[in-house]
Design a protein around this ligand. Structure first.
Ligand SMILES: Nc1ncnc2c1ncn2[C@@H]1O[C@H](COP(=O)(O)OP(=O)(O)OP(=O)(O)O)[C@@H](O)[C@H]1O
Length: 228
């Protein structure tokens, strides 16, 4: 197998105070390889979002670190360097968490590209990303408020993909959608590794969706193990 794109090395999380820490995630080791999809499943409160937020660099781990292409991406008490933030991008449960509701989608993506210092022609990147996300390009000119839930989630996928990440982390991206819309979005997400060459880490409560991923990580009371 090829060298991992991303390696989680003993990443853990604790809440509470220094005197009375509460463990949300016990130190976990796992790797993601180019072109693969890995599901993260587990009961509510098990620690799935905590794991996803650490991998994204949104939440500082209390132990361990994350490597991307063998180089430190983030680690205990440290968030990613601005120049490397583009390497791991997220698709949230609600597109509103990654796209401002009153800004046209295209402008939001242009801002993200500028903020992250992504080189190249923004128009070409955005066009290709919309295609990857199966988002009608005409919808790029709308604000998220004028998109359906499924369209907004596709816009969030396009935003994440436009940046050119090596890993996309999606945290329950289909849970707010009806069954038909959810199925279409799942197809778009699961096609990402083949289309982009990157890896997909997909947090889901949907066992059928997890079954379509190449591997499954199960989180039980903050303990992560590979179950398939
Ligand atoms: N800021 C916080 N302070 C205290 N406890 C927290 C905090 N954030 C999360 N937790 C606790 O850590 C545990 C893991 O939470 P997490 O959100 O990662 O679970 P989850 O598996 O994603 O749940 P769900 O499926 O309901 O989203 C839970 O017990 C939660 O209550």
């Amino acid at each position: 197998m090829s060298a991992p794109v991303l390696e989680a090395c003993g990443i853990g999380a604790a809440y509470g105070t220094r005197r009375r820490p509460v463990t949300a995630l016990h130190p976990a080791d796992f790797a993601l390889h180019a072109g693969e999809s890995v599901a993260v499943i587990g009961r509510s409160g098990a620690g799935k979002s905590t794991l996803a937020e650490i991998v994204l660099g949104l939440r500082a781990a209390s132990t361990g670190h994350v490597l991307v292409h063998g180089e430190r991406f983030c680690g205990a008490g440290r968030t990613p360097h601005a120049a490397r933030r583009h390497l791991v991008q997220g698709v949230p449960q609600d597109a509103g968490a990654s796209l401002p509701p009153r800004v046209p989608v295209r402008a939001s993506i242009e801002r993200a590209l500028a903020r992250l210092g992504v080189p190249g022609d923004p128009s070409a990147r955005i066009r290709a990303a919309a295609d990857t996300a199966s988002l009608d390009p005409a919808l790029l000119e709308r604000t998220p408020r004028r998109l359906s839930g499924g369209q907004a989630q596709r816009a969030a996928i396009a935003r994440a993909v436009a940046v050119g990440p090596d890993v996309v982390v999606a945290d329950e991206p289909t849970s707010a959608l009806d069954a038909a819309t959810s199925a279409g979005l799942a197809d778009a997400l699961l096609s990402l590794p083949a289309r982009t060459g990157g890896a997909l880490l997909l947090v889901t409560h949907d066992d059928a969706l997890a079954a379509r991923c190449d591997r499954v990580l199960t989180v039980r009371d903050g303990v992560v193990e590979q179950t398939r």
